[in-house]
Design a protein around this ligand. Structure first.
Ligand SMILES: *[C@@H]1O[C@H](CO)[C@@H](O)[C@H](O)[C@H]1NC(C)=O
Ligand SMILES: *[C@@H]1O[C@H](CO)[C@@H](O)[C@H](O)[C@H]1NC(C)=O
Length: 392
C-alpha cells in the first residue's frame, strides 16, 4: 500500500512538473519572472557548460588554417515564393526555403530560419549576443541551419551535437540605409504583436551578409534561447554589417512581446542573452590577427606567376653571364696557350697528368686542333669553373 501511495504521489508530482514545464515553455523572458537566470530551472540545458553566446577574446582565439570560407548555397536564388515572417514574442523570425544552405563546414547544412537580437538604447548601447573583446554590437542576425547529412529535419537535429550551424552577423549603425535589411524592417509594423505573421516578398538573403565570409570565429555552443540545446556549431563573422540609426530605432521600438489581446503592452526589447562562460572551450579563428585579408585565389595565382617569371628571367640572365664569361675566358686561354712558351703555363703543363684519349672527342677532328683543345680542356678542369652546372 505504501508503494502504491508513493507511486501515485510520484505520478502527481510528475504531472504537475510537466504542466509547469509546458506553461513555462512559451512564457520565458529575458528579464522578470522567468528571466535568464531562471531558465535552467525549467530548461536544464541552459545550465550546461557549453552555452552561448560567449565573449570572443581575440587574443585567446586559436588560428585554425583548416577553417574554409563559408559558402552560402541558393541564398540569392530566392525565386518568387513569398517568405513567412512572424513575431514569436521573443524575436522576429523569417522562415527560409529548404533549398538554401551553407557549405564550408564538415557537413552540408540546410537553412531553416533567421532572426534578430537587439537592445533598447539606440546606437552604442549594445544589443548583440556575442561580444568581441567585451564590446557589444548594436544588434545581431542569426541564420539557423540543420545538419542535413546526418538528420532528417530540424527537430531531430536540434538536440544533437553538431546538429545545427548558426551564422552570426554583428550589426552596427552607420549613416546609410541598408536596403537589404529594409526587406525585413519595413514589415515589422504589420507583425507588431506576438503571434502575428504575414508573407513578405522573397529577397536576396545573401545581401544581408558581410562581403568577407572567409574571416570568422568558430566554436561549439548552444541555442541562445530556451531550451538552450548544446547542438550549435557557431560561426561569428569578423566583418560587421551596418544599418542606419533610423533602421535600428524601428527594430528596437516597433515590436511588442505581448499578444494583441493582452492589455499590458510590452515592447520587445533587449532580447539578447548575457555572455556565458567558455569553460575550457576554445574559440578558433579562420584568420590570424596580422594576416590582413586572406589572399584570394586570383592573388595567389598572380604571385605564383610573378615568382615563376622572375625565376625564369633570373635563370636567363645567369646563363647569359656564364656563357659570356666562358666565351671570353676561352678566347683568353687560346691566346695564352698559343703565344706562351716560357710562362707559368709551362709549370702547369709539366705537373698535369698525361693527356688521356677522350672517348667523347669526335675522330674526325683535325690533328693540329687536338693538341690545342686538350690543353685548353685540361686547364679548364684545373681552375675552378664559374658555374659548372649552368651548362645544359
Ligand atoms: C523529424 O524526423 C524524425 C525522425 O525521422 C521524425 O520522427 C519526425 O516526425 C520528423 N519531424 C518532422 C517535423 O518532420
Ligand atoms: C566541436 O566538438 C566536436 C566534437 O566534440 C569536435 O570534434 C570539434 O573539434 C569541436 N569544434 C570546435 C570548434 O571546438
Amino acid at each position: 500500500m505504501d508503494s502504491l501511495g508513493l507511486f501515485i504521489l510520484l505520478v502527481l508530482l510528475c504531472c504537475q512538473w510537466r504542466a509547469a514545464l509546458t506553461a513555462e515553455q512559451s512564457s520565458w523572458t529575458y528579464t522578470g519572472l522567468v528571466g535568464q537566470s531562471d531558465w535552467s530551472q525549467f530548461f536544464p540545458d541552459c545550465g550546461g557548460s557549453s552555452q552561448s553566446p560567449v565573449d570572443v577574446a581575440t587574443t585567446q582565439t586559436q588560428y585554425d588554417p583548416s577553417l574554409k570560407p563559408i559558402t552560402p548555397l541558393g541564398y540569392s536564388q530566392h525565386g518568387n515564393q513569398p517568405l513567412m515572417i512572424y513575431n514569436n514574442g521573443h524575436t522576429v523570425v523569417i522562415e527560409m526555403p529548404g533549398w538554401m544552405g551553407i557549405r564550408g563546414l564538415p557537413w552540408l547544412f540546410t537553412a531553416v530560419q533567421m532572426h534578430l537580437h537587439w537592445g533598447s538604447g539606440g546606437p552604442s548601447h549594445g544589443g548583440s549576443e556575442h561580444t568581441v573583446d567585451g564590446q557589444s554590437a548594436e544588434a545581431e542576425l542569426h541564420i539557423v541551419h540543420y545538419n542535413a547529412e546526418l538528420y532528417p529535419n530540424m527537430s531531430a537535429a536540434m538536440t544533437q551535437r553538431g546538429g545545427l550551424a548558426v551564422l552570426a552577423i554583428l550589426i552596427e549603425t552607420g549613416e546609410e540605409t541598408n536596403e537589404a535589411f529594409d526587406n525585413i524592417i519595413n514589415y515589422l509594423s504589420r507583425i507588431r504583436h506576438a503571434d502575428q505573421k504575414m508573407f513578405i516578398p522573397a529577397f536576396d538573403i545573401q545581401s544581408l551578409l558581410p562581403d568577407d565570409l572567409g574571416r570568422y570565429y568558430r566554436y561549439n555552443g548552444s541555442l541562445t534561447t530556451p531550451p538552450c540545446y548544446q547542438s550549435v556549431i557557431w560561426t561569428v563573422f569578423h566583418e560587421r554589417v551596418h544599418i542606419s540609426k533610423a533602421q535600428l530605432l524601428k527594430l528596437e521600438t516597433v515590436l511588442y512581446s505581448s499578444k494583441e489581446e493582452e492589455s499590458d503592452r510590452m515592447l520587445l526589447q533587449d532580447n539578447y542573452r548575457a555572455t556565458q562562460p567558455l569553460n575550457h572551450r576554445v574559440v578558433f579563428s579562420s584568420f590570424t590577427a596580422d594576416s590582413g585579408k586572406e589572399l584570394t585565389s586570383g592573388e595567389v595565382t598572380a604571385i605564383v606567376i610573378g615568382v615563376m617569371c622572375g625565376g625564369v628571367g633570373l635563370a636567363v640572365i645567369v646563363r647569359f653571364i656564364v656563357k659570356t664569361m666562358r666565351f671570353f675566358s676561352h678566347q683568353r686561354r687560346q691566346t695564352v696557350v698559343v703565344n706562351s712558351s716560357s710562362s707559368s703555363w709551362d709549370v702547369l703543363h709539366s705537373n698535369r697528368p698525361a693527356p688521356m684519349p677522350r672517348t667523347k672527342d669526335p675522330e674526325k677532328e683535325k690533328k693540329q686542333d687536338v693538341d690545342l683543345n686538350l690543353t685548353a680542356d685540361t686547364i679548364k678542369t684545373e681552375e675552378p669553373s664559374v658555374c659548372p652546372h649552368a651548362e645544359p
